[in-house]
Design a binder for this molecule. Structure first.
Ligand code: AMP
Length: 612
């Protein structure tokens, strides 16, 4: 075989190095004077949108001055702009929030009234998102050289989408990105060289998508230098899939034929370009997968893997032990922090420990403000985010360049796509600085008590769901005395567990089928992201109620007090995480019940037309 011309080889190495250098210089530049960049960004957003109805209504009248902006524009939550969002969703094309046409809605995993929030977006935001992605590998290559010489095995999926009554597409931000030309027609780049062909990522059937991506990953096992998914939960789901389906996958590799369950013609065609009969590889995979222990399965099957690229910050940290087990302790790398509202920042020290991950917000992405969170009032997880801010609180917001080391803040963004001083709902802690730009630990999402995958259940939702369920107990003269909850990730997929202490006055015990109905009613009452996880993504397992013996919650209180909680202020936690407490509860379980079937779920908001 003729050797590739040396010049060309050099040119490629050179251009990768040159491109990395330019990207790192960009990061240096924007982090040196973040306040100047932020001022420019705000002025640009406000001048572009000078005539939009929302800003005019608040009296901004084309002014781009930061202080006046802060004085006249309120700090808001989703509920405050829901009327405007509804108008746009219903087809009003006037410049309500943004001077540029709203190209689509991004459906957030944050919910309002049980439905996904709809975040407006515009075409040019795709470029901003692409820019953030383009920073990741140059940063990574400083720590792990040679990644351009192999492939990434990433499990990436699209989710269902729908149309608003006014005809705009509404879908998750990653679905929007994978379906865009920025992703599909990306020019050749050694850093976006994935084992999964685009067709397998764009497959709307999750089984076929996962099967074909796993098959392609296995076929190219020696080329894989990094593996990952967006969230830790997704990657673990892929490993679980392999546990269940390795023998079918091996059969395909042995024979060079694709299982007939894969019916999507474009997926078949793309996979058949990669799949070759390779009995030796099939035997090797079979031998590794049939061993009793799956410890280190990632490094065994993909021996050149340098790290696992998944988000393990926030609620995803619950998956770290499982990932460590499967990967034999490979570095777990969290590269970026982003949302449907806006992509925020990157981790400039990606090989750090998961507990030390901090994200540097890139000041060109949006205009960022920070609302101090006062730690000692213990409200991070209990004050509803919907509470409007007082004037004094609004004045407490500080700019990106003014945050203080060690302080916690709630993130507030003003985006190019029409969100002004919008509370994202995330709490961040200043962990350090890159030049003059702050770096933040992700602390938590406000109010969220339970999360398995992208679902985010808050205390109020949980309370309502439990209230709906306990009505099943009335005929048995049984009452719920106390409850708490736990996100159990020891099962794959993980599932919600509710610990219930009952008082039963009636003579007939509560039949198991009634407690199963209680499980289902809770699931039916939870938000659409949870139900989608149960029904469509299968990323959440059936909800479980564990009945605990009488007096358990008194024991829980005694334990909390022994750890220093004040008797007067003690409230039963609505969610528990601390292992000794979970153990205390589990020790007193008398019976367990699971939801007998999936709750109802359809894509889109209840009343909308679905397009797939
Ligand atoms: P969505 O709007 O559905 O895309 O969800 C965005 C939310 O996911 C953010 O506001 C965070 O709460 C969470 N999230 C995104 N990236 C990270 C990360 N790197 N670490 C922790 N949580 C994250």
């Amino acid at each position: 075989m003729p050797e590739a011309p040396k010049e060309q080889q050099k040119a490629t190495d050179y251009s990768v190095a040159e491109n990395n250098k330019k990207t790192l210089e960009f990061i240096e530049d924007v982090t040196k004077k973040p306040d100047d960049v932020q001022k420019t960004v705000l002025a640009e957003i406000l001048s572009k949108n000078a005539h939009v109805e929302y800003l005019k209504r608040h009296g901004l009248n084309g002014i781009t001055d930061r202080e006046i902006f802060k004085k006249v524009i309120p700090v808001i939550t989703y509920e405050d702009i829901q009327p405007e969002i509804n108008l746009i969703a219903n087809g009003d094309k006037s410049h309500i929030l943004c001077s540029q046409p709203i190209s689509e809605f991004l459906t957030s995993s944050g919910t309002s009234g049980g439905e996904r929030k709809l975040m407006p977006t515009i075409d040019e935001e795709l470029e901003r998102r692409s820019l953030l992605y383009s920073l990741l590998m140059p940063v990574m290559s400083q720590f792990v050289p040679g990644l351009e010489k192999g492939k990434g095995m990433y499990f990436l999926f699209i989710k269902s989408e729908c149309k608003t009554p006014g005809g705009l597409v509404a879908r998750p931000v990653l679905t929007s990105y994978y379906k865009s030309s920025h992703f599909k027609e990306r020019p050749y780049d050694p850093y976006t060289n994935y084992t999964s062909p685009n067709e397998t990522i764009l497959c709307s059937d999750s089984y076929q998508g996962m099967y074909s991506q796993m098959l392609c990953g296995l076929c190219q096992n020696n080329e894989v230098l990094r593996v990952g998914a967006v969230f830790a939960s997704g990657f673990i789901r892929a490993i679980r899939f392999l546990e269940k389906h390795w023998s079918l996958l091996c059969n395909d590799i042995r024979t060079g034929t694709l299982n007939s369950q894969i019916t999507d013609p474009s997926v078949r065609e793309a996979v058949m370009k990669i799949l070759k009969a390779d009995p030796e590889l099939a035997n090797f995979i079979e031998q590794e997968c049939s061993r009793q222990s799956w410890q280190g399965i990632i490094t065994r099957l993909w021996p050149n893997t340098k790290y696992v690229d998944v988000i393990v910050t926030g609620t995803m940290s619950q998956y770290i032990p499982t990932l460590d087990y499967y990967s034999n302790g490979l570095p777990l790398v969290c590269t970026m922090y982003a949302s449907s509202e806006c992509y925020f920042g990157v981790n400039l020290n990606p090989l750090c420990k998961p507990s030390e991950v901090s994200y540097t917000l890139i000041p060109t992405m949006a205009y960022f403000e920070f609302l101090p969170v006062h730690k000692n009032n213990d409200t991070t997880n209990s004050v509803p985010i919907s509470k409007s801010l007082s004037e004094k609180e609004q004045q407490e917001l500080v700019d990106l360049a003014d945050v203080k080391l060690g302080q916690d803040y709630e993130l507030v963004v003003t985006t190019y796509a029409g969100l002004y001083r919008y509370r994202v709902g995330d709490v961040l802690r200043v962990a350090g600085f890159k030049n003059s730009a702050p770096q933040f630990n992700f602390i938590c999402r406000k109010n969220v008590v339970l999360s398995i995958d992208s679902d985010k259940t808050d205390e109020v939702e949980l309370q309502n769901a439990v209230k709906n369920a306990v009505s099943h107990l009335i005929p048995f003269d049984a009452h719920l005395i106390e409850y708490t909850s736990y996100a159990d990730t020891t099962t794959i997929p993980g599932h919600y567990v509710l610990y219930w202490e009952l008082s039963v006055n009636g003579s007939t015990p509560v039949p198991p089928s009634v407690l199963e109905d209680c499980c289902l009613t809770i699931e039916e009452s939870l938000n659409s992201v949870y139900r989608q996880g149960r029904v469509s993504d299968k990323s959440i397992g059936a909800l479980e109620i564990k009945i605990v013996e009488a007096g358990t919650f008194d024991k829980l209180m005694d334990y909390a007090i022994s750890l220093g909680a004040s008797i007067n202020q003690y409230k039963t936690p609505r969610c528990v995480k601390f292992a000794p407490i979970v153990e205390l509860l589990n020790f007193r379980v008398v019976s367990c019940y699971f939801s007998p079937k999936c709750p109802k779920w359809t894509p889109g908001h209840k009343q909308w037309i679905n397009i797939d």
